[in-house]
Design a protein. Structure first.
Lengths: 201, 386
């Protein structure tokens, strides 16, 4: 068996890392994306903080992205909010705590299901807070991300009409305050590429 | 039987169909998706294939036909049943996917079926649409509903804004004159859409040659189907406006739509009507319910007709061959043959309450007996070999 010196291995690691970095830089140069983040600053006081973190993290991963924050607690009527989303034509909509699920069609289905876009629903609290929201059928262009201290299998069994469940980075219900008090955006930045990969973006 | 139901957007008939599936013990699972591109969507294909791989389905069902669903079902050799309430179908290329052996395509218009059969497609079948009279009967009207929806005549429908004006602005004088002439001729004819045979290949080529001559940089090509639809929509628009205008000069007319029109100044514009709970109340509380078909739909019973009759409403409709075939004119429905006839019949039946109510009841009973979802879906499954 051929043995290489430690320095050779270090050079190989360096070259692989360099290739990976170069590839990421190359990819970042050409990806553009229009993104909407839906929050409700009145119902969830942490939404503004986390949306700011998301914006920074997204810009790190996709420098040429246009991000619009829509606060469901604005003075707009629901149909006006839906009109804004439709007009913006996002490739990706990030929906914090299912706030966008207050937009319904006349037949009671989700209005967000009527839009040609990928959607990431990100849940920050335990299941019991979202029993109504989790009862809606979601398009399979939607991914639902739950905190890491929730039981994924339970969700899959209890909500078979929701086809895509996964975990949301390392932010959990229990460490949410810790996260909010820290300046650590690292978790979201590390997790974002996984989310984009899930959604084929 | 285990069926995967695919839903795109929010279809009117979805709840009634799953209601029928449940009532008849058919096991099903619903998935929904909104295409970014109805001809090309790799994410959809990947995900939809996974649904079929991970479960044992006897067939896929959708309301309206989707080429990409057909593609996946073809690859997986799973039957694909589609039952459309759209006419024409929203398909860009007939030949690509419609002739797959897994397809069972049900259309409500016999002439539309014949069109595809003439193109060599043997898996296209005729199946009139349906209503859910049981659900519709159970919708009760409060006293405020009765006040809100009460009217001599109601019309629920669009005015069909189309590309007609845009297209006409790009034509030469002869071409404009020709289209105006054939449109005017078609306006007075029910039960036959002659526009298609009058839009010859030569005429379409002359339009595209003229486009090219005034804008050589453009690669836009106008198809016969697009022009035909634009003309048909425009004729329908004009007919609806004319009839509503005429009727509103003499009667109380409620108009439920997403678009007002300046000519309809005496019509009571009510905005849009919600399909599931509100429309049945409109039909029950209007003395006359109008149906004015999209001109391109030459033969079949549109969903609106069955909605009205299923709710127990009195129907006054343009002449439509299959309406005449399945229902008795003057006993179960009333059809008009031209715009003035529409006025005469509206006037007559508004003055004869007992006769009007009797016709509405007989039309309703006909739907209960022959046009429920249970009945039509069982025929569909039988044809599909399920």
């Amino acid at each position: 068996m051929v043995q290489f010196s430690q320095s050779t291995y270090k050079w190989c690691d360096f070259i692989v890392a360099y290739i990976h970095l170069a590839k990421n830089i190359f990819m970042r140069l050409f990806i553009t994306m229009d993104i909407i983040i839906l929050i409700n600053s009145k119902l969830f006081d942490y939404h503004k903080h986390i949306s700011d973190d998301f914006i920074q993290s997204i810009h790190n991963v996709i420098p040429d992205s246009t991000i619009k924050i829509i606060d469901m607690n604005s003075n707009l009527f629901l149909h006006e909010i839906f009109g804004l989303i439709k007009e913006f034509k996002p490739q990706l909509l990030i929906n914090f705590d299912y706030v966008g699920f207050s937009l319904h069609t006349e037949s009671g289905t989700l209005s967000l299901n009527q839009l040609p876009m990928q959607c990431a629903n990100i849940q920050f609290k335990s299941k019991s807070h979202y029993i109504n929201e989790l009862s809606f059928r979601q398009n399979f262009s939607m991914y639902t991300y739950i905190p890491k201290d929730e039981n994924l299998n339970e969700y899959i069994l209890e909500f078979p009409h929701i086809t895509n469940f996964s975990y949301f980075c390392n932010i959990t219900i229990n460490n949410l305050n810790e996260y909010l008090n820290s300046k650590n955006k690292h978790s979201i930045s590390k997790w974002l590429p996984k989310m984009l990969k899930d959604l084929w973006l | 039987m285990n069926i995967l139901i695919f839903e795109w957007g929010s279809t009117y008939t979805h709840n009634d169909i799953i209601d029928s599936f449940s009532r008849n013990g058919i096991s099903f699972f619903v998935v929904s998706y909104y295409f970014k591109n109805i001809d090309n969507d790799e994410y959809f294909i990947y995900k939809f294939e996974n649904f079929l791989n991970n479960n044992n389905y006897d067939a896929v069902y959708s309301t309206n036909y989707f080429s990409l669903v057909a593609q996946v079902c073809h690859k997986k050799h799973i039957k694909y049943i589609s039952w459309s309430y759209d006419n024409p179908l929203d398909i860009h290329n007939v030949d690509d996917t419609m002739n797959y052996p897994e397809n069972y395509i049900f259309l409500f218009d016999k002439i539309q079926v014949q069109y595809y059969r003439n193109k060599g497609l043997s898996n296209v079948y005729h199946m009139p649409l349906a209503a859910n009279p049981q659900r519709l009967e159970s919708i009760l009207c409060s006293s405020s509903d009765k006040i809100r929806y009460c009217s001599d005549i109601s019309f629920v429908g669009r005015l069909f804004p189309s590309q007609h004006h845009t297209i006409m602005s790009l034509l030469n004088d002869f071409q404009k004159g020709y289209i105006n002439a054939i449109s005017k001729a078609q306006m007075g004819i029910y039960g036959y859409y002659m526009i298609d045979s009058l839009l010859t290949e030569e005429f379409i080529n002359s339009i595209n040659d003229y486009f090219k001559s005034i804008n050589p940089q453009s690669d836009f090509v106008l198809s016969k189907e697009a022009l035909s639809y634009a003309i048909g929509s425009q004729i329908t628009r004009e007919e609806r406006i004319t009839i509503l205008k005429l009727l509103s000069n003499h009667f109380h007319v409620n108009f439920y739509s997403n678009e007002q029109h300046s000519l309809l100044d005496k019509v009571h514009f009510m905005g849009t009507a919600e399909y599931f709970n509100e429309m049945p109340k409109i039909f029950k509380n209007s003395r006359i319910n109008l149906n004015i078909n999209l001109k391109i739909s030459q033969s079949g019973l549109p969903l609106r007709v069955l909605d009205i009759l299923g709710a127990g409403g009195f129907l006054l409709s343009n002449y439509q061959p299959e309406l005449d075939e399945y229902f008795t004119n003057g006993e179960e429905v009333v059809m008009y043959e031209n715009i003035l006839d529409a006025y005469d019949k509206a006037d007559f039946y508004l003055k004869h309450d007992e006769l009007r109510n009797s016709i509405a009841l007989k039309g309703h009973n006909k739907v209960k007996k022959y046009f429920t979802y249970d009945i039509q879906l069982s025929k569909i499954f039988k044809i599909a070999g399920l």
